[in-house]
Design a protein around this ligand. Structure first.
Ligand code: ADP
Ligand code: MG
Length: 450
């Protein structure tokens, strides 16, 4: 294949949407694609432990991620190799590995700086500017030029529109140009779980001190702080310390500060006290420009009509545009046909919102917790059954909009007050337990996509 389309990198990028960064770094770091043949992918892992963990915990996500780019992949095999990244060319048949030579890049790009938390792949050079993000970009440059002059910088916009990219690019630029500056990038869910741990270990003061020392603190997806009172309290203190010392705070969110519910008024007014800027959707010409530039970066070639087709049809965000581009490059390389490319993009273009059945929710939750639906519908009070049962109640209310009495009927004729109580329990738990919230997101995702 011409160019260097890195399938593994694309798979990682796609997994990044589902799996926490910490997990990604822990489990997916020393992995590479060893072989892709017919419907099987062989990946090399550093040891048995990682193999077991991937197999048990992440195989489904991994498979889904592969299928996004290579729909024919049906199963994953693992091979243990100390030199996980080297491809033994002498043993491989040239033709069948045409794809492989390019997808097994010697070193994966997924990498996060341990100290700063920044991923160096995000920079200004590969950040495309158009009308849709011009203001956000200008604010970013202004922060670079005069740190702490705009404080905080608050960037908001829908998913996949480049908030993380822009924030990390600012961080990387500062790290590279002013070596002495201490920069920290942290996604809000990670920040929250750090605080939960600190509360347990009586380490709050240390956390406040640690964060107050940064010259530039970047918190991504700050909307996650909603409803988390202790995290808000800690962040408020950190915020004040940093600001008082003329250091810089940068945040992103999927919505403007006034639309974040359940945050303390004093914190909201802090968010509003600097510069608020949004990132909009790129229009057709901008989408085409993004595609052209990204294609060049990836070193691939697609006919103009294909690029125009993608730009016309994939509109939701830049992440999807990028996904469609990579998929098209791979398919076009294999098939040399615009029609085949079009066909491969169908599922990205037409996405009828599927109706979710209550049974689907019950089954997905049971599968997730590895329990039987019979037990969930029974009257047992076993702890390992009660929580999933309450979660089902909650999801039936939130995702299917069933009334409490009809949820009661679905769950083996339970009283509506029991259902109300169960939903309340889940709401409480969500506020305190980030891991649980992530589980719920995962479950919802599976309900939607399987
Ligand atoms: P968000 O944080 O808003 O959900 P991301 O920053 O993760 O979005 O962006 C999603 C993908 O789109 C990333 O791969 C990112 O590099 C790419 N991207 C977003 N905006 C731009 C841009 N202006 N120029 C180039 N790539 C972009
Ligand atoms: Mg983001």
């Amino acid at each position: 294949m011409e160019g260097n389309i890195n399938l593994w990198q694309s798979v990682l990028d796609s997994l990044e949407q589902k799996i926490s960064r910490t997990n990604l770094i822990t489990w997916f770091r020393d992995i590479d694609i060893k072989q892709q043949k017919d419907n099987q992918v062989v990946i090399s892992v550093p040891n048995i432990f990682v193999r077991e963990w991937l197999h048990n915990k992440f195989e489904r996500d991994l498979l889904e991620a592969f299928q996004k780019f290579s729909p024919e992949v049906k199963n994953i095999k693992y091979t243990i190799s100390k030199t996980a990244n080297s491809l033994d060319a002498s043993k491989t048949n040239k033709k069948e590995n045409l794809l492989l030579s390019d997808i097994s890049q010697p070193k994966i790009e997924f990498y996060q700086n341990r100290l700063s938390g920044l991923n160096p792949k995000y920079n200004f050079k590969n950040f495309i500017v158009g009308q849709f993000n011009q203001l956000a970009h200008a604010c970013a440059l202004s922060v670079l030029k005069n740190p702490a002059s705009i404080n905080p910088l608050f960037v908001y916009g829908g998913v996949g529109l480049g908030k993380t990219h822009l924030l990390e690019a600012i961080g990387n630029e500062i790290v590279n140009s002013r070596k002495k500056k201490k920069v920290k990038y942290i996604p809000c869910p990670n920040f929250t779980s750090q605080i939960v741990t600190a509360i347990r270990n009586q380490g709050i003061e240390r956390v406040v001190d640690m964060y107050s020392e940064y010259d530039v603190l970047i918190i991504d997806d700050i909307e996650f702080i909603a409803g988390k009172e202790r995290t808000q309290e800690v962040f408020f203190r950190v915020f004040n310390n940093i600001k008082e010392n003329d250091k810089q705070i940068i945040m992103s969110s999927d919505r403007p500060p006034q639309a974040i519910e359940n945050i303390e008024a004093r914190l909201r007014s802090r968010f509003e006290g600097g510069m608020i800027t949004d990132i909009n959707l790129p229009d057709y010409e901008e989408r085409l420009a993004i595609l052209e530039q990204k294609m060049e970066e990836k070193g691939g070639i697609l006919p103009q009509e294909t690029l125009e087709f993608i730009a016309k049809n994939i509109k939701r965000n830049i992440r999807e545009i990028e996904g469609a581009l990579i998929k098209s490059l791979i398919i076009f390389e294999q098939e040399r046909s615009f029609e085949k490319v079009k066909k491969s993009l169908e599922d990205m273009i037409f996405e009828p919102k599927r109706r979710i059945s209550p049974e689907k929710i019950i089954q997905t939750v049971c599968d997730f917790y590895n329990i039987s639906s019979k037990e969930v519908l029974s009257k047992t009070r076993k702890k390992e059954i009660v929580l999933p049962r309450q979660l089902i109640m909650y999801l039936l209310r939130e995702e299917v909009s069933l009334s409490l009495p009809s949820i009661g009927v679905k769950l083996g004729n339970k009283d509506h007050t029991t259902i109300g109580y169960g939903c309340g329990k889940i709401e409480e738990k969500i506020k305190k337990d980030v891991e649980f919230l992530k589980d719920i997101e995962l479950i919802k995702e599976r309900v939607q996509n399987t």
